[in-house]
Every structure is written in structure tokens, then in C-alpha cells.
Design a protein around this ligand. Sequence first.
Ligand code: ZN
Length: 317
Amino acid sequence: MQQLITGIHHVTAVAGNAQDNIDFYVGILGLRLVKKTVNFDGPDVYHFYYGDENGNPGSILTFFPYQGLVSGRHGKGMLNTTAFSVSTSALNYWLERLKKFGITYKEPQERFDGETVVYFEDKDGLGLELVFNEKDTRPGFTLGHIPVEHSVKGFYNVEIWAEGYERTAGLLTEQLDHKLISEKGNRFRFAATNTPGNFVDILCSPHSMKGLAGSGTVHHIAFATPGKQTQADVRLRIVKRMLNPSPILDRNYFTSIYFREPGGVLFEVATSGPGFAVDESAEHLGEALKLPAQYEKDREKLEKTLPTIIVNIDKYR
Ligand code: ZN
């Protein structure tokens, strides 16, 4: 039977200041801004998409930057950490780089075999990691200010904190084509495709406080499905599990359904295509403000009210 879910598509988080967000993810981490658009459900806020060169599924971290929004809190019922994949040999480079830009990090730790992990946070407190490993065969992407051999290759894994892992695990394995691939202590790792970029870790954290939404927290995680038919088929499975999925929504770069998993995290299932080159050329991704058709009539107003942002990597060499 065809696999309906192939892995992680993207992670979407909530940020504070828009320029700080661009500076951190493009400047310091070296991701490509592959799309500058607005929140389709409330266009007075940007929606930034960062990823590898083409914004391939498994590399895309997106943000809604709400200036002045109250900070959230990490905790159970939330996806608290998004981890990026880099080569083992890049460890010293990144420790130096984080130090150079004043980013506090936790000392490197071993996790599963062949994984050295460094935890840090962006300015809003979003949980991030670099996972130094040799498993990832994806090429790194660079804008030129980070040597390609040290550059980020995409996601490695995400980490969800749960009261207990079983109900979320049931959904992942029964409806979303994931398998348990490793476990250690209170960490249970699942994947639809057993490669970096697709690992979903559930951490049993019954004693942690409940997470609270706000800046510096993840809004949802999206899983990738090949196309419209497989999306409709997954939707039917979610209906049967009585998780009340949304209708299929057009997000221009993919179509989406949303539902809340039993542990409290908002899940999305997004089609792998058509992708980010649908409304601007691959070469110029992220340069112009792109609006979906329904908001084109408001372009002039939006361009005036959205904060001006600049992408400048020179400060981050
Ligand atoms: Zn999404």
C-alpha cells in the first residue's frame, strides 16, 4: 500500500520582532528566506518561510512575527524543540559561531549513536538544536557567508513533550505511517521515512508544566503527503479517528488539513507540491512580498503597515 505520509513537511512558530527573526535565521543560521508572504488567516502579519535552496519539505521552518506579543512557555502538549542537521566536523565551527553572536548554548551532549546535540534558543526563546551527525546525505545549503561543509542541511528531528507518549504514538503509527525506530529513557523516536529530517521524538514529560502559546513557541507541525489524493485519504483516516480535521485549505505552495493530536499539538498534513517556485522564480525566492489572490487588492495598505525588513548577511560573516 502506498505510504500516505512521507515525513516532516514544515514547522511553524510564533515570533516577536520580524527583523530579529530574519537576522537570526538567515544571518546566524544561514537558512534561505524562501518566501515572504502574510498569514493567510490574518494578513496584517508576515509569514516567513526559511529552508534550504528550494525550501524542500523537511527543511522548512516558518514564522508569524507578532511585534510585542507576550512570550509563551515550553511545556507538555507542545513541540518544544526543532533540531537542524549539520556534519559532525562542523561542531567547533558552530560553537565558535554561537559564541561570536552572543548565543548561549548548552554543552554538547550525546543522544542516540552518532548524534552530538547542542541546544540553544532564538531571541524569542524558541527551542532549537544542532545535531552533528554523519547520517545525513543531503547537501548543505549556503548563502555564501557560512562554508557549505558546515552549513545546515535541513531538519534533523523535532521534539514533542507529552504527558504520556502512547496516544500520540497511536496516531503517528496507525494513521500517519510512522514507525517507532528508537527509544532511550523517556525519548521515543518515530519516523515515516527513516532519514534525518523526518524524526519525530516524543518525550514523556508528565511532571513538566503545560506549554503556553506565545512568542517563542511552535504553532504547529506539518507532515508531508505526496499529493491531493493521498491528502484526501489521510483526511478520511483522521475523520475515522474522530480528530475533527479541517477541510482542505489552499496555502498556494501546498494544500493543508489541520487537526489536534490527543496530546495537544496542532498537526497539519501538507502536500509536497507545488512548492515555492509557483509564484516567483527559484532564483529569486523570498525577495518580493507575495500575496495570495484574495489579498492582492490590499497590497498597497499591507506594504505600508507591515514592518520594513532587510536581509543583510554581511553583518553575519
Ligand atoms: Zn503550516
